[in-house]
Ligand binder design. Structure first.
Ligand code: IVH
Length: 669
């Protein structure tokens, strides 16, 4: 290819990739498969490798790769990033509205835009002629830190704005909140806990900590997201209202919360506040209230600012999910990997409608850092499904008899030796046969995502281990009906049910089998990657560290853990025992010759009987293929409840549409 042709091809690939990023990260509606996306990216990477002279900083290949910095440079904000006044009840919002109306003097109508108040880290991004050139933290409002390289790693941030009906301005300073979704946050903390790293107290801290990394590679590994909500200086575009601004920037490819509402009265504001509040627990992100802003920019000008906050906006906060209570005791809990977790036992309090009497203290470092003592009055926080935790100690309420706490050096369950290995935050019981570890291992083994042994609950597992009826998970399969029936709260019928459930569990997919082994760092997703790569247990058992590392998404930590697991004779013995007990691993090879073979399916809407993931796996196991978007090549579209544009597109293209019942029938055949 001639040079101009190459440059043109590179540009075309970039545009295509940017477009798909927009569909995926902003609209949440991808229209190509992940594999097709990866192909585009790889093609671009390889062209740029051969022609480095055409690499530009806004190329989608340039998100990661910047070298670590020794410190952040300072950035001065053109327009200070002020904060917001808070209101906590309707009366305070009525006062705010009355002040605004009074300042406007005219009898003008006032419209407000209400938006979620995201609990993240405020940032400002600068786009020049549509290109992302600078990003900074809020800092003290006047001076922030230059975190451009870190922001570039966030996929929801376009490196180049999309020009549609509205031309992009010469300069756009746009502000938003960097957040981590609650699920991603929990996953991140689980990984950190397993790796013996300190956990983050909440998604906000995790987002802030991730953004302020000097090495952008670390930031890139964190699941950060962003919502834009306001403007700094804009040169080359004019807006009359905030609503119009938000609408326009979404079309430039900047992500704005869809939960915004235009309110024409206080009643509409209060109604939206209630709506948001009732959705709060289910939202994928933490919000701590809503922000109410005057919509008209001319009116804002008129109403004006105070020194550190505007008069035209207010944050209407949700009730706190924190309460004050007293720690009466601290106990150490032993987990599956032997880690001792200190748990505060507290006088019960209700937080957000739930009674709380225990809170995790994570590890000894956390206790020391927060100087938590038995007897202390503390602030406890509950956020979503996250385990309640102690935020801080109220030092001036500390009773004189409050005592320091240290994790024991003997395991509270088996009296085994407890050790903290170098580089780990966790103290661990070193006894591999510790009953507490064994209980947790069996719990994991029997859980839904693993062997799914129905009816084998915590109480039963406790008895089995306490009575020394089982020494490992494989022993579950060797107990007689009589032995089961003799356990507390069991009888002949329930014993038979357990035996049936155990029998049923013997036919297990390879990935679930791997997951059920409880190898450190190997969750369901990683287990399915391993199953797909190694195909059978023998291969996996003998996998080398180097080979494991070649698998996409498997890092040094998981690789190391797998090798270690299969090097431990005790584990090999358990695995052999399981196979002897009659476990038949079903290898997930695609069947041929079914009516699914080679057929492409697209699912849309919500299915009643399957999760999306289950349905897609089912298709794959029957020899078909699941795709994320509808094209002429799609064979079937399965339509669930509230199906959207994909069903419409299928109708347009004349693709066969199945409802859930028809799909179930087809599977049953
Ligand atoms: S508007 C002058 N909108 O809250 C108006 N801010 O206490 C300034 N925040 O640092 C910002 N969600 O980062 C606005 N929907 C939203 C917001 C929001 C969160 C943050 C913002 C600011 C802080 C102000």
């Amino acid at each position: 290819m001639a040079e101009p042709a190459i440059e043109q091809k590179i540009q075309q690939l970039r545009d295509e990739i940017n477009y798909h990023n927009y569909r995926y990260y902003i609209l949440d509606d991808p229209d190509i498969s992940d594999a097709a996306y990866d192909r585009l990216l790889r093609e671009l990477q390889s062209l740029e490798r051969e022609h480095p002279e055409f690499i530009t900083p806004d190329s989608p290949t340039q998100r990661v790769g910047a070298a670590p910095q020794s410190e952040f440079a300072t950035v001065s904000h053109t327009i200070p990033m002020v904060s917001l006044d808070n209101g906590f009840d309707e009366a305070e919002i009525r006062d705010f509205d009355a002040r605004v109306r009074k300042l406007l003097t005219t009898e003008d109508n006032v419209e407000y835009v209400a938006e979620p108040k995201f609990d993240g880290l405020a940032v400002e991004l600068v786009y020049e002629a549509g290109r992302f050139v600078l990003g900074a933290t809020r800092g003290d409002g006047f001076l922030g830190e230059n975190i451009t390289q870190n922001l570039k790693t966030i996929k929801a941030i376009p490196l180049k704005l999309v020009e549609r009906t509205n031309p992009v301005p010469q300069r756009l300073e746009v502000r938003g909140e960097v957040v981590i979704g609650t699920q991603a946050f929990e996953e991140l903390n689980r990984r950190r806990e397993a790796a013996g790293e300190p956990v983050f107290a909440n998604p906000r801290n995790a987002a802030a900590g991730s953004l302020r990394q000097l090495d952008p590679k670390i930031t890139a590994s964190r699941p950060l997201d962003i919502f834009f909500h306001s403007a700094g200086q804009i040169i080359g575009a004019n807006f009359e209202t905030h609503w119009q601004f938000l609408y326009t920037i979404t079309h430039w490819g900047l992500k704005v919360s869809p939960l915004r509402r235009l309110c024409r009265s206080l009643d509409e504001i209060f109604k939206f506040y209630d709506d948001l509040g009732s959705q709060r627990e289910q939202l994928p992100y933490e919000i701590d209230g809503m922000v109410i802003k005057v919509n008209s920019l001319a009116q804002r000008e008129f109403v004006g600012m105070k020194t550190r906050s505007p008069r035209w906006a207010i944050a209407y906060k949700f009730p706190a999910r924190q309460e004050v209570t007293q720690i009466v005791d601290i106990k150490a809990q032993v987990g599956r990997t032997g880690a001792l977790t200190p748990v505060a036992i507290m006088k019960p309090v209700r937080i957000g409608g739930v009674e709380v009497s225990r809170a995790t203290l994570h590890n000894q470092d956390e206790i020391d850092k927060k100087d938590i003592r038995v007897g202390d009055w503390v602030v406890v926080q509950r956020a979503g499904d996250v385990i309640p935790e102690v935020v801080k100690v109220l030092i001036n309420r500390r009773p004189p008899e409050a005592t320091n706490y240290h994790l024991p050096d003997k395991c509270p369950v088996c009296n085994g030796h407890v050790e903290r290995l170098p580089g780990e935050a966790a103290h661990r019981c070193q006894n591999l046969s510790c009953p507490a570890q064994l209980k947790q291992q069996i719990r994991h083994f029997a859980s839904r995502g693993a062997m799914d042994i129905e009816g084998l609950g915590d109480k039963l597992i406790d008895q089995l281990v306490d009575k020394q009826l089982v020494k490992d998970a494989a022993d579950l399969y060797s107990l007689s009906k009589d032995q089961w029936a003799k356990l507390e709260r069991m009888a002949e019928k329930s014993a038979q049910n357990i035996l049936d459930a155990l029998d049923k569990s013997k036919h297990i997919s390879f990935s679930k089998f791997i997951y059920s082994l409880g190898i450190r760092f190997i969750g369901e997703h990683t287990a399915s990657l391993l199953a797909a790569h190694f195909k059978n247990l023998e291969n996996l058992k003998h996998a080398s560290y180097d080979e494991l590392l070649t698998i996409y998404e498997i890092g040094p930590q998981s690789a190391q853990s797998i090798v270690q697991f299969f090097n431990e004779p005790k584990n090999i013995a358990t695995v052999d025992k399981l196979l002897h007990a009659g476990i038949k691993i079903q290898h997930e090879e695609a069947k041929t010759g079914t009516q699914f073979s080679g057929k492409t399916f697209v699912f849309t809407g919500t299915l009643e009987n399957f999760s999306r993931d289950e349905a897609e796996k089912l298709i794959a196991s029957l020899g078909g293929r699941a795709a994320s978007s509808v094209s002429k090549k799609t064979d079937f579209v399965v339509e669930g409840k509230e199906a959207g544009s994909k069903a419409a597109k299928a109708r347009e293209l004349g693709v066969t549409i199945l409802n859930e019942d028809q799909f179930k029938k087809m599977v049953a055949e």
